[in-house]
Structure formats: structure tokens, C-alpha cells
Design a protein around this ligand. Structure first.
Ligand code: PLP
Length: 313
């Protein structure tokens, strides 16, 4: 691996497994653990590092001087990318969805501070940019990892990363979190935005494990096909639950907030309301609905993203 990346990875903390201690779980005979990727790094947190790692290696191998990507005004992906670019000495450009707000969000302020060039794009243009990613390519081109194939007009030295870092190379980094999990388990749960983390997990888990994704978006039925397109072979040990979006992406209500607050008090594990909060709410709800078999051991991936919590203060 590239020396700069090895140096960067040395600054990371371990992602431990934490067992959730809660009488309710005992009552339903469910063992619930969290894989704490939120602890990996204060900024390049959770699944964003997992997804970036091998794309960065690829970028560095191509003599990249600029990383370009896209995301919303609270994007954990752009936030991680801006910081990583600063550490690696690479320029970064972020296409941000929507008009420039009068007051920059805390996330955007950080990105700017770390030297990211912010380009605000209309929602229509943003939708167009979304097309430049591997799952949309014909199957025979999907695994070629040629960045110049994605975004039209890229110059040599510029490296395009699709929204959320969603490219096939991301799966290899995600697989490492699965390998680190040192205990056997029945079900692995993960929140889904683009479904890239889910795809990496599906590829890496033992066959007998069920993988359950929880969509953070409303009307996310399209995700199954997108995840399928990222997999190297078709598998049937996974599904995406669409029932816990709470009205849409980053939408919240008092019930969700109350759950998160209660969970944090009980476990001292912080959650954010966009991804991990909704997933944990869903897991608890499904446990109460006897979705899981008594005696099951579930591992939920804490995908990090706690910086985004600042948007809800
Ligand atoms: C980005 C993000 C996700 C979604 O990951 P995908 O690979 O896009 O599905 C989940 N959780 C957190 C905390 C995130 O920041």
C-alpha cells in the first residue's frame, strides 16, 4: 500500500465489538452487539474510511492530485474526503447539493477549513452527477475501475469518486470490518444510503449469516438492484428493510429522538438520527415483533457519522 496511506492508517483506533447490555434483550433472548466503526477516527469515521481506503490507494497509484466528489450539506462522505485530502496533500473538490446556504453548515465549514473547493450545484445538476458511477455502467465495464470513464471532462490528475464513495473498490475496505469481527453471529445489520457498505458486507460474510440493510431513504426499492449490481456474484442471504425511514432521508420525529436518547443513556454509545439511530430503532422494534429467533446473535455495524449530528442541534 502507498506509504502515505499506511501512515494515515496508523493514526486510526481499533473498532471494537461492544455487547449491548439491556434487560429487554434478555427478555427476548437476543444477543445484540455493535461493531464500533464510529471509534475508528474522530473525522474519517466509520464506513467512510472503509469505503475510501482502496479508492484512495487507487487514486494515489494514478498520480492523482485532486479528489472530486459530491454530497449534501451534511455529507459524512465529503467531510471525510476533505480531511483525508488535507492529510494526504491532495486537492479536493466537493459538488454540494443545492444552493449555497447563507450560513454554511458546520460540516461545510469544516470542509472549507480543510481546503476543499465547494461547488454548489442545483438539484437537477446534482441528479445528473449521480449517474456517473459504476452500477450504472454496462456490466462488462463495471469492474474496470477506470475513473476517466465516469465524469465527463475530468483532466489527468483528477480522480472522481461517486456520491458516498460508492464504487466497487469500496467493497474491499468494507470486507475488512467483517474479517475483524472475531465471534460467530447469525445476523449482521447495517444502515444503507447508497448500499455500498451493505454490498461489501454481503460479499464478506460467511454464507450462513443473514445480512439486513436498513434504508435511510424513502422509496428505496431501487437499492436492491443497485446493491445487486455491485456484487461479484448473486447471493440470497440478504435483504433491505424499507420500513424505518421515518418519513424520508434525515427526517426525524420525537419517537426516534426519544429512542436515541434512551439508548445513549443506557449504553453510553452515541447514535446519529440519519443512519445508526434509525437502524437501532428498527432492530429493537423487530426484536419486539419477534422477527428474530430466540437465541440469535446480532451484530449491528455502527457506521459512525456522528459529525452529522450537529445538523440537528
Ligand atoms: C454514509 C453513511 C451510511 C451509508 O453508507 P452506504 O455505503 O452509502 O450505504 C451509513 N451510515 C453512516 C453513519 C454514514 O455516514
Amino acid at each position: 500500500m502507498h506509504l502515505e496511506l499506511i501512515k494515515l492508517e496508523k493514526t486510526f483506533n481499533q473498532s471494537i465489538l461492544t455487547k449491548i447490555d439491556d434487560p429487554l434483550l434478555a427478555q427476548y433472548q437476543i444477543e445484540l452487539w455493535m461493531k464500533r466503526d464510529d471509534l475508528l477516527h474522530p473525522v474519517i469515521s466509520g464506513n467512510k474510511w472503509r469505503k475510501l481506503k482502496y479508492s484512495l490507494e487507487h487514486a494515489l497509484s494514478l498520480d492523482t492530485d485532486t479528489l472530486i466528489s459530491m454530497g449534501g450539506a451534511y455529507s459524512n462522505h465529503l467531510h471525510a474526503l476533505a480531511y483525508t485530502g488535507k492529510v494526504l496533500g491532495l486537492k479536493t473538490v466537493g459538488f454540494v447539493r443545492g444552493e449555497q446556504p447563507e450560513i454554511l453548515t458546520p460540516t461545510l465549514r469544516d470542509m472549507k477549513k480543510w481546503g476543499m473547493e465547494l461547488e454548489f450545484v442545483s438539484r437537477a445538476d446534482y441528479r445528473l452527477l449521480r449517474q456517473y458511477k459504476e452500477p450504472q455502467l454496462p456490466a462488462d465495464l463495471r469492474h474496470t475501475h477506470d475513473p476517466l470513464r465516469y465524469l465527463p471532462g475530468l483532466k489527468p490528475g483528477q480522480y472522481w469518486l461517486p456520491e458516498g464513495g460508492a464504487q466497487i473498490l469500496a467493497l474491499k475496505g468494507v470486507a475488512e470490518l467483517v474479517v475483524e469481527t472475531g465471534i460467530p453471529y447469525d445476523t449482521l445489520c447495517v444502515p444503507c444510503g447508497t448500499g455500498t457498505t451493505l454490498a461489501g458486507i454481503i460479499e464478506a460474510v460467511p454464507e450462513q449469516v443473514s445480512v439486513l440493510g436498513f434504508a435511510a431513504l424513502k422509496n428505496a426499492g431501487f437499492l436492491t438492484a443497485e446493491v445487486e449490481a455491485m456484487l461479484s456474484q448473486s447471493r440470497n442471504n440478504w435483504q433491505i428493510n424499507l420500513d424505518y425511514h421515518f418519513g424520508g432521508f434525515a427526517k426525524i420525529n420525537t419517537e426516534l429522538n426519544a429512542f436515541i436518547e434512551d439508548f445513549e443513556l443506557k449504553t453510553t454509545i452515541p447514535l446519529e438520527p440519519v443512519y445508526t439511530g434509525k437502524m437501532m430503532y428498527a432492530i429493537y422494534d423487530l426484536i419486539k415483533k419477534h422477527y428474530f429467533r430466540p437465541g440469535e446473535r446480532i451484530i449491528a455495524v455502527h457506521t459512525g457519522g456522528l459529525q452529522g449530528k450537529r445538523g440537528f442541534d
